[in-house]
Ligand binder design. Structure first.
Ligand code: NAP
Ligand code: HSE
Length: 434
């Protein structure tokens, strides 16, 4: 059988990984795919750097648009990143009848509806396993393995950089900036690392997971996103004392009146599996009505793990290329005409437990006043402790029972106005996954 001829747009961390995996495991991959997968041409900006990696026999171009219409290419693999030029390349590749494989979650989270519709109309595949959770085959798991289920919720550590930072801060007491620089050196971070630390990258991935889980359109603009840049190291310590660890989670949950879609630092019980996912590892926990709980764990970033997912998509394309487009697996798990627009809930309507920390004057009556404010808003306290701060002040930490976020915010507004409150109130969400 003729080989599958690919045009590789980008030969950086992930593109280089794809090159290595195809070179290393080519014959094993061909045995699975039924034909070999060959890199016909590569597009990069720095041609000399790419030449040093791929040798003299592979064509290298500096304009990626040359490859998307090339009749010698069957599949365009977009690994450049960004959402302007990459979008143009992918749409043109589709227009020319090429199948597309991409790891670009930023692009799909924003332009996915347009890209999938174009691919559907042209009858080509757009595969994106590497876009979520690196090497973990989570998209295939949801789209195919869990297809019998009505999925209730998905919660995951889906950004390796921030998980690496939180782990190193907690375990080794290292400062934020030092660990971020190390994550960049290891190739985990995005070209713009604020995407990682402000939760944007996780929000991109959550957008795709929610569409796959619930059959809703891709809608990145509706995700509530909070990152870890404002997280105080003392909260990591207090959380630990309470039996919790702080993780940046992406959570999407089906509620009777809509869908939750949120990324934020979250306290999770130290003995739960998610709390023990460390370093750049990712994990996704899913509850389906038939399967119950299932968890998927693995390397969330880096050259070879991500390349593993890209090459798996290439094998799918090689196997399914000849299938009638109507009988290919739908891009977002649900048939395009069955996608429904369920409302995304405002955060005020989301329910969870809360961790609250505030600095107060250490004088009689303060605790009673705070308790009155919380109970007045219908909020029940699960536990609390107080830590002296100098002679006259103290930090008070509350853990609430599950409550409506809007009620907590109302109570915090009242607290914040009290003359004995000496700091902004820190408010973090707590999930027990029970
Ligand atoms: P990277 O190391 O920065 O590599 C980007 C590659 O694209 C480089 O080879 C670069 O060429 C090339 N490129 C960029 N703009 C180009 C243009 N206009 N024309 C031609 N070539 C261009 O990025 P990466 O980490 O591999 O990430 C690639 C994609 O995978 C991104 O969408 C990212 O979000 C996603 N992803 C990354 C990881 C990870 O762990 N790194 C994991 C999952 C998904 P030059 O080197 O010549 O400039
Ligand atoms: N920057 C991303 C992360 C790469 O740290 O998870 C993998 O998508």
């Amino acid at each position: 059988m003729k080989p599958v001829r690919i045009g590789l747009l980008g030969l950086g961390v992930v593109g280089g990984g794809v090159w290595t995996v195809l070179a290393q495991n080519g014959s094993e991959i061909a045995r699975r795919a039924g034909r070999s997968i060959e890199v016909t041409a590569v597009a990069v900006r720095d041609v000399a750097k790419a030449r040093a990696l791929v040798g003299p026999d592979v064509r290298i171009v500096s304009n990626a648009l040359e490859l998307v219409s090339d009749p010698d290419i069957d599949v365009v693999v977009e690994l450049m990143g960004g959402d302007t030029f990459a979008r143009a390349c992918i749409l043109q590749a589709i227009e020319h009848g090429k199948h597309v494989v991409t790891a670009n979650k930023a692009l799909l989270a924003v332009h996915g509806n347009e890209i999938f519709a174009a691919a559907q109309a042209r009858g080509v595949m757009v595969a994106f396993e590497a876009a979520v959770a690196g090497g973990i085959p989570i998209i295939k798991a949801i789209r195919e393995g869990l297809t019998a289920n009505r999925i209730q919720w998905v919660a995951g550590i889906i950004n390796g950089t921030t998980n690496f930072i939180l782990s190193e801060m907690r375990q080794r007491g290292l400062p934020f900036e030092t660990v971020l620089a190390e994550a960049q050196r290891l190739g985990y971070a995005e070209a713009d690392p604020t995407f990682d630390i402000e939760g944007v990258d996780a929000a991109h991935k959550l957008t795709l997971l929610a569409s796959l889980a619930f059959g809703i359109p891709v809608q990145f603009d509706k995700v509530t996103t909070e990152g870890i840049s404002h997280l105080a190291s003392e909260d990591i310590v207090h959380a630990e004392r309470l039996g919790y660890r702080i993780k940046l989670l992406g959570i999407t949950r089906r509620r009777p009146d809509g869908i939750e879609l949120r990324v934020h630092p979250t306290l999770v019980p130290a003995d739960c599996l998610l709390a023990n996912v460390e370093g750049a590892m990712n994990a996704v926990l899913i509850r389906g009505d038939a399967v119950g709980l299932s968890m998927y764990y693995g390397q969330g970033a880096g050259a070879l793990p991500t390349a593993s997912a890209v090459v798996a998509d290439l094998v799918d394309v090689a196997r399914l290329q000849m299938a009638d487009p109507e009988h290919q697996v739908p891009y977002l798990a649900f048939q395009p005409e069955a996608v429904v627009d369920i409302p995304v809930l405002p955060m005020a309507e989301v329910h969870s437990s809360f961790y609250l920390r505030l600095r107060v004057d250490d004088v009689p009556g303060v605790l009673a006043d705070l308790a009155r404010i919380l109970s007045g808003a219908g909020i029940s306290v699960g536990s609390m402790f107080q830590q002296p701060h100098g002679d006259q002040q103290a930090d008070i930490i509350f853990l609430t029972h599950e409550t409506r976020e809007g009620d907590v915010d109302a109570a915090l507004q009242v607290m914040q106005k009290q003359s004995f409150v000496r700091s902004d109130v820190t408010r973090l969400r707590v999930e027990n996954f029970s």
